[in-house]
Ligand binder design. Structure first.
Ligand SMILES: C=Cc1c(C(=O)O)[nH]c(=O)[nH]c1=O
Length: 313
């Protein structure tokens, strides 16, 4: 069997990528990702200007996952745009994704996208509407009207392919509402989910929180989030135009977790916490484990089961 994955017109060796934020801050980290067993990769979400981010400790691995309030540390949009333009020229056959966020809010999203529109980068962009750690700023994608207004403003000038990174939703009506907003636009993909925002982890040895920013509140990733991640992948796949592909992110530790995201309809799969814990070797392990599952079930390719989650009718 093959793990070949098609996504926005390109066929990748396998569906695995890093999740933005993990192992993708510097060109060295990005090149190492590109040379790993991962099928593709995404850059750290960029803001207009480089940012230090929040004081440390700001990311901690815990038994069933991770908690973070990084605060959008990154080397700035120009740095990642420069890398992306060079990389698309040197490796035209290996497309990747460039992640874009905003620290200031609505207007910076627009100016960041305008800069990419005017640049020589022609590849995919992931518009991060779900950073939970910008103090004083609500997550854009939890404001349906603002998300609609922002995408309307971007699509007025942006002609290159892009998708959005969404936070988890927990209410069926919210799945309906965000899908209704997104279905108005020619988006190439939706990435579900970002971390579950503002969780709290307590250190049993010290009876304190484990990260410094925000009194210890931070985005939760890892094993904790898989049921929510699968639900969001499934719900958005069921509601979005078929032309909008899904990237499944959240709780992928094993080949079985990856298989479940594909069953829910994901085209590509992103690994964050487990990549942070295990290093780049996680991609070799996950591809091996997923391939073994296809073999055991007699599938020749992902297409044979993608999106075919059964229900108990
Ligand atoms: C881009 C900011 C994000 C961050 C961060 O930089 O704090 N953490 C997350 O879990 N998700 C994000 O989207």
């Amino acid at each position: 069997p093959t793990l070949q994955a098609t996504f926005y017109g390109h066929t990748y060796d396998n569906p695995f990528m890093n999740a933005s934020g993990v192992h993708c801050m510097t060109t060295a980290e990005l090149d190492a990702l590109a040379d790993s067993a991962a099928g593709s990769f995404v850059t750290k979400s960029a803001t207009a200007e480089a940012r230090e981010g929040n004081p440390e400790p700001r990311y901690v691995n815990v038994d069933l996952g991770s908690i973070n309030s990084m605060g959008l540390p990154n080397l700035g949009l120009d740095y990642y745009l420069d890398y992306a333009i060079k990389r698309q020229a040197s490796h035209p056959d290996q497309p990747f994704v460039m992640s874009v966020a905003s620290y200031q809010g609505f207007d910076e999203y627009v100016t960041n996208m305008r800069k990419i529109q005017e640049s020589d980068y022609t590849g995919l962009v992931e518009l991060n509407l779900s950073c939970p750690n910008v103090p004083g700023k609500p997550q854009m994608a939890y404001d349906f009207e603002d998300t609609d207004r922002l995408l309307t403003e971007i699509f007025a000038f942006y002609t290159k392919p892009f998708g959005v990174k969404l936070p988890p939703y927990f209410d069926i009506m919210h799945f309906d509402k965000i899908a209704a907003v997104l279905n108005q636009f020619d988006l190439k993909f939706v990435n579900c989910i970002n971390s579950i925002g503002n969780g709290l982890y307590i250190d049993k040895a010290t009876d304190t929180v484990v990260i410094k920013p925000k009194g210890g509140f931070g985005g939760i990733g890892g094993e904790y989030v898989k049921p929510t991640a699968l639900a969001n992948v499934r719900a958005l796949k069921q509601r979005l135009n078929p032309s909008i592909e899904i990237i499944g992110t959240g709780g992928i530790l094993t080949g079985r977790d990856a298989y479940e995201h594909l069953l829910c309809g994901a085209s590509m799969l992103q690994v964050g916490t487990q990549l942070e814990k295990e290093g780049l070797g996680v991609f070799d392990r996950l591809t091996k484990e997923l391939l073994a599952i296809l073999e055991s079930k007699g599938y020749a390719s992902i297409a044979e089961f993608k999106g075919k989650l059964g229900t108990l009718d």
